[in-house]
Ligand binder design. Structure first.
Ligand code: AP5
Length: 235
C-alpha cells in the first residue's frame, strides 16, 4: 500500500530487565505503531482488582506464566480493535511460549500481515539483578526508570506527570531467579522458532540504552548494522 510504516510489525524478546520496556516506547514514537506489553496489561488488571488480576498477581509473584489461552486472547483483542495498531505493532513480552508464537502466526496470516522482525535483546543473566532491583516504574504509563542508570529528575517521581514511582512486587532477587528460569525454559524455544522462520535478529542489550537504540535502528533500516546483528553477539 506504499505506507511508510508498512511492515513495522515486530516482537521484542528478552529476559526480565533486558530493556524491552525501555526501548519499545521509543520505537512506538518513531514509527507511530502500538506498543502492546502483556506484563503491563496484566498489571492493569491487578490494579483494577478484577478476577483475572487476582489470579495473575499470584502467578507473576511466583515468576511463572499466565495461561497461553488468556494471553493469546488479550493480544488478539488488541490487534483486532486497537486503532493505534493499524500502522503496525511492537509486542513486548509476547509470545513467551512456542504455542503463543504459533497462535500469533495463524492470527497474522489471516490478516495477511506477517511479522517483519523477531528481535532478541541478548544479555547475560549476571547483569540483570542490578537492573531489576533498581527499577522504578510509573504504573499508569508503563514508563520505567532506574535508581542509578536512569534516575528520574526528582526522586521517586515520574518526569512527565509528577506522579509517584513504585517498585514492582516481582522485582526482587528471589522472584527474578524464578523469572529467569521460566525465561530460559519456556521462552528460549521461542527464539529458536523465529530463527527457523528466518526473521530472528539478535542485538547486544548489555550496552547503554543509546547504543541499544542504535542497534535497533540498524535492524529497522536494514543497513549493515542489521547484518552485523544476524550472527548474534553472545553465541
Ligand atoms: P513483564 O512485565 O513482561 O516482565 P519481564 O519480561 O520480566 O520484563 P521486564 O519488564 O522485567 O523487563 P524489560 O525488558 O521490560 O526491562 P526494562 O526496559 O524495564 O511480565 C511480568 C509477568 O507477567 C511475567 O513474569 C508473567 O508472569 C506475566 N506475563 C507477561 N506476559 C506473559 C505472556 N505472554 N504469557 C504468560 N505470562 C505473561 O529495564 C529494566 C531496568 O533496567 C529499568 O530500570 C531500566 O531503566 C534499566 N535499563 C534498561 N536498559 C538499560 C541499559 N541498556 N543499561 C542500563 N540499564 C538499563
Amino acid at each position: 500500500s506504499g505506507n511508510v510504516n508498512d511492515g513495522m510489525r515486530l516482537i521484542l524478546i528478552g529476559p526480565p530487565g533486558a530493556g524491552k520496556g525501555t526501548q519499545a516506547p521509543k520505537i512506538k514514537d518513531k514509527y507511530c505503531v502500538c506498543h502492546l506489553a502483556t506484563g503491563d496489561m496484566l498489571r492493569a488488571q491487578v490494579a483494577a482488582k478484577t478476577d483475572l488480576g487476582r489470579q495473575a498477581k499470584k502467578i507473576m509473584d511466583e515468576g511463572k506464566l499466565v495461561s497461553d489461552e488468556i494471553m493469546v486472547g488479550m493480544i488478539q483483542n488488541e490487534l483486532d480493535n486497537n486503532k493505534e495498531c493499524q500502522n503496525g505493532f511492537i509486542l513486548d513480552g509476547f509470545p513467551r511460549t512456542v504455542p503463543q508464537a504459533a497462535k500469533l502466526d495463524s492470527m497474522l496470516s489471516q490478516k495477511r500481515s506477517p511479522l517483519a522482525h523477531a528481535i532478541e535483546l541478548q544479555i547475560p543473566d549476571s547483569l540483570l539483578v542490578a537492573r531489576i532491583t533498581g527499577r522504578l516504574v510509573h504504573p499508569a504509563s508503563g514508563r520505567s526508570y532506574h535508581k542509578l542508570f536512569n534516575p528520574p529528575a526528582k526522586s521517586m517521581t515520574d518526569d512527565v506527570t509528577g506522579e509517584p514511582l513504585i517498585q514492582r512486587s516481582d522485582d526482587n532477587e528471589g522472584v527474578l531467579k524464578k523469572r529467569l528460569g521460566t525465561y530460559h525454559e519456556q521462552t528460549g524455544p521461542v527464539v529458536d522458532y523465529y530463527r527457523e522462520k528466518g526473521i530472528w535478529k539478535g542485538i547486544d542489550a548489555s550496552k547503554e540504552p543509546g547504543e541499544v537504540w542504535k542497534s535497533l535502528l540498524g535492524v529497522f533500516e536494514g543497513g549493515s548494522a542489521a547484518k552485523a546483528g544476524q550472527g548474534g553477539l553472545l553465541g
